[in-house]
Design a protein around this ligand. Structure first.
Ligand code: SAH
Ligand code: SF4
Ligand code: F3S
Length: 449
């Protein structure tokens, strides 16, 4: 019997989502088929995340589930891909008998070979990191749709003291501008309407003389009816040139994910974030001047070692000042091998939880107020399809990434742009009525006119 059905589950960040598509591309080229049901699979792969302890615990739980499956199907191959494969290789090999294949983010080309090794009863292991691998020549396998992720660089050189990513993903390296633009063209031809360029720190993208602003601009002119997004920007190297590129290209979304992590300069220093809050707030000010209507989202960690109540209040103050449109908020989780791991994890679980809840509550209040202020305004919405809750409604997004619900109308197509007048808002969703079908992708032109 030919063993060739692969089932993949993906955890962690969007880089992993993009990597899973890459892995599918590689496996399909080697004669494997994909299945959406673990029960039908000859190979089960988990593309994993190590960023916080709870991410890893989920995977251990999942491996427990697959153990039973394997008992009834001894030939089944189970593999761990991604950041946990890189971080925990030894433990996984020694302690998790159920794991047959362990492949880190820079060795996916070897996956078909390593799966064969596992079919022959041995462990298939590939965990070397590379300084050059970008998978530039591999076409990721994507289902048709409106939205696609493209990774434009891999790795991270920042070494924030809390973060495991530089250890699991290795050094920074960029894909060529031409290969990224070519991928955007292909996606445009297939009818995709929104592309997100991905990297742990896209601002350090470099391909010969081209920097990230050049790459964004080159992607934006491919198809002006395609929205271009990007993530993540590190506050240290967000350049004026990049801000102008966003302002000058109507289809680059007015939305910047700019993780602040903490509002306290003392904590930022301990985190090795390499900027001060003054620098950060200046940047926000400048972006608001250069890009009318720009909005921001952020990441925040609560309870980093030595964080005091005063430090915590400074974080709340920054949130009030910037008024983020969205935030990803986490409790500090010590990661072995990082610099911060050597510091005492001295903020108690109880205090971490309490501070995190205050941060979440404040963000919810800010999101609610920001959304209320959009009532009676017009927004350009990319229609994504019928609303999940009812087929009497359609759902889409603004260029600032807010979900908008409108009454369904047969004249309005999935993938089309509609000008919508907002008439109601919660902290998570806008509701409105269609005004007209439009060609533009965002409100920028209207705002600057
Ligand atoms: N490269 C991106 C984000 C990578 S990880 C950036 O620098 O912004 C995503 C987020 O997870 C980080 O921004 C941080 O807020 C959070 N994070 C990373 N390590 C963490 C840890 N040890 N404990 C809690 N949160 C963490
Ligand atoms: Fe981690 Fe910092 Fe790199 Fe982001 S910039 S991936 S937080 S080390
Ligand atoms: Fe997680 Fe690795 Fe992404 S640790 S956040 S999957 S880079």
């Amino acid at each position: 019997m030919k063993k060739n059905n692969v089932y993949i589950e993906t955890y962690g960040c969007q880089m992993n989502v993009a990597d899973t598509e890459l892995v599918k591309g590689i496996l399909k080229n080697n004669g494997y088929e994909m299945t959406n049901e673990a029960d039908n699979a000859d190979v089960i792969l988990l593309n994993t995340c190590s960023v916080r302890d709870n991410a890893e615990q989920r995977i251990y739980g999942r491996l427990g589930n697959f153990k039973n499956l394997k008992l009834g199907k001894p030939g089944l191959v189970v593999g761990i891909l991604g950041c946990m494969a890189e971080r925990l290789r030894k433990d996984l090999i020694e302690e998790k008998k159920i794991v047959d294949v362990i492949v880190g983010p820079d060795e996916y080309r070897k996956l078909p070979e390593l799966i064969d090794v596992a079919f022959n009863g041995e462990k298939g292991i590939g965990v070397r990191l590379s300084r050059t691998e970008t998978y530039d020549d591999i076409i990721p396998y994507r289902e048709d749709g409106l939205q696609a992720w493209i990774s434009v660089m891999r790795g991270c050189d920042k070494f924030c003291t809390f973060c495991v990513v530089p250890f699991t993903r290795g050094r920074e390296r960029s894909r060529s501008l031409d290969s990224v633009v070519e991928e955007v063209k292909q996606l445009s031809e297939r009818g995709f309407k929104e592309i997100t360029l991905l990297g742990q720190n896209v601002n350090s993208y470099q391909d010969n003389q081209n920097d990230f602003a050049d790459l964004l601009a080159a992607c934006a002119i491919v198809d002006r009816k395609m929205r271009i997004r990007f993530t993540t920007s590190h506050p240290q190297d967000l350049s004026d040139k990049l801000l102008y590129a966003i302002a000058e290209n109507p289809n680059i979304c007015n939305y910047i994910h700019l993780p602040v992590q903490s509002g306290s300069n003392r904590i930022l220093k301990l985190m090795n974030r390499t900027y001060t809050i003054e620098h950060y707030l200046n940047l926000i000010q400048k972006a608001k001047q250069i890009i009318p209507g720009v909005s921001f989202s952020t990441d925040i960690i609560s309870g980093f070692p030595t964080e005091t109540y005063e430090d915590h209040v400074m974080t709340l103050d920054v949130m009030r000042e910037v008024k983020y449109d969205g935030a990803y908020m986490f409790k500090y989780s010590p990661r072995e091998g990082t610099k911060a791991y050597k510091m005492e994890d001295d903020v108690t679980e109880e205090i971490k939880t309490k501070r995190l809840q205050e941060i979440i509550d404040l963000q919810q209040q800010i999101s609610f107020e920001k959304n209320q202020s959009l009532i009676d305004q017009e927004e350009i919405v990319l229609i994504e399809g019928l609303s999940k809750k009812s087929d009497k409604f359609m759902s889409g997004r603004t260029d600032t990434n807010k979900v908008v619900i409108i009454p369904a109308d047969e004249k309005i197509e999935e993938g089309g742009y509609v000008k919508v007048k907002i008439n109601r808002a919660t902290s998570a969703t806008l509701f409105g009525v269609p005004v007209s079908l439009v060609n533009e992708t965002d409100n920028k032109l209207a705002l600057t006119a």
